[in-house]
Ligand binder design. Structure first.
Ligand code: FJE
Ligand code: FE
Length: 348
């Protein structure tokens, strides 16, 4: 059956450079489908968490040699996305376009009836981490579920997913959504979900530093999540008077996103950075963080092995060439090559 829903994209793409501009996806019929605007592992080393009451940061306590410094600091500003939803975008805006393999980081705050109604993805992974509240996802193969505070949904869209992501409770539902690119050889793999309930997320706590390990390894504790693109992703909470020295594989691109509080990142004399800032880390093999006084500091640290491939993005499709983008749009339109179930489906 011919797709009735015509995907229409306004911005053009180029195969010679990554697309970071905002594209707009509009499907013309069906009341459920609203315009969705869009923008355009595995560390194996040990983590040292220590209390600053011990004799300062002696070199011996730091399990790496080349500390990464903050090379860029960007405040994520609110913008609207989906259907009436608000996101603070950091990666994926013009100031932080290029953090291969990461494509986008949104801190979302959404209340009913706003949300992210039926939309497709191809060529990358979305990782949704609930900070507060609940979100229900439904997809075109009949899958439906709700993730709640502390839960993670790691969705590998591969060759194609069409889904909706909507608030599942009253009040403001908050979380982070990270988009991780897939290597060209993996872009057309079968879609896959990995879901972790909060209680199943590996945790460790020591000397005033707590970590929840979403992907990768810290303190000898590994996440069960399989990262097709090698990635580490952790959620740290630091109490006043604590410090952290976290190894990060050399050569990987890395960033911090601060959820709450403020702290000193990269070098001891640096100015503190505060909530809603994204800190891009420079070269090196680890990150040091100091939490001196005041309220606890909570941040996520993510790092990934760069793919070093062309990125051509058109809204929810991220491929390696314009031709592949055109193909993705056609496949979605005609219900082919992974989008077979798209034509008949709409969320309930
Ligand atoms: C999308 C526009 C969108 N950030 N954060 C275009 F809004 C979306 C989209 C999201 C999204 C969903 C959640 Cl749950 C959290 C988000 C953008 O769904 F995928 C495209 N293509
Ligand atoms: Fe989505």
């Amino acid at each position: 059956m011919l797709r009735q829903l015509l995907p229409h994209f306004s911005s053009s793409s180029s195969s010679s450079s990554p697309i970071y501009s905002l594209a707009r996806l509009t499907r013309q019929s069906s009341s459920r489908r609203v315009p969705l605007a869009s923008r355009k592992t595995s560390s194996s080393s040990r983590t040292i968490m220590s209390s600053s009451s011990s004799s300062s940061s002696s070199a011996a306590s730091v399990p790496f040699e080349r500390p990464r410094k903050v090379v860029k600091k960007v405040l994520s500003l609110s913008q609207s996305e989906g259907d009436g939803a608000t996101v603070r975008r950091s990666i994926g805006r013009h100031e932080v376009p290029n953090l291969d393999p990461f494509l986008l980081l949104d801190e979302f705050s959404v209340s009913k009836p706003a949300g992210f109604p039926d939309h497709p993805h191809r060529g990358f992974e979305t990782v949704t981490y609930m900070l507060d509240g609940a979100f229900t996802h439904q997809d075109f193969s009949g899958r439906k579920g709700t993730i709640r505070t502390g839960d993670v949904q790691w969705m590998t869209a591969g060759r194609g997913i069409v889904h909706s992501e909507m608030p599942a409770a009253d009040g403001v539902q908050k979380g982070l959504q990270l988009w991780i690119n897939l290597a060209s050889k993996d872009k057309m793999i079968k879609p896959r979900y990995q879901e972790l309930e909060s209680k199943d997320i590996s945790q460790a706590e020591k000397h005033g530093v707590k970590v929840r390990i979403i992907a990768g390894e810290a303190f000898g504790v590994r996440s069960p999540v399989y990262t097709r693109t090698p990635t580490m992703y952790m959620d740290f909470t630091m109490q006043p008077g604590s410090q952290l020295h976290q190894p990060i594989p050399e050569g990987w691109n890395a960033f911090v996103y601060i959820i709450e509080g403020e702290g000193v990142f990269g070098r001891e004399g640096a100015a503190p950075a505060s909530a809603h800032h994204c800190l891009v880390l420079g070269a090196g093999d680890g990150l040091s963080v100091w939490k001196r006084s005041g309220a606890p500091l909570r941040f996520v640290l993510a790092a990934g092995q760069p793919l070093n491939e062309l990125v051509v993005q058109q809204g929810p499709f991220v491929m390696n060439s314009r031709a592949q983008i055109k193909k993705a749009m056609e496949d979605y339109y005609y219900g082919r090559n992974g989008f077979e179930k798209a034509s008949q489906w709409s969320s309930t």
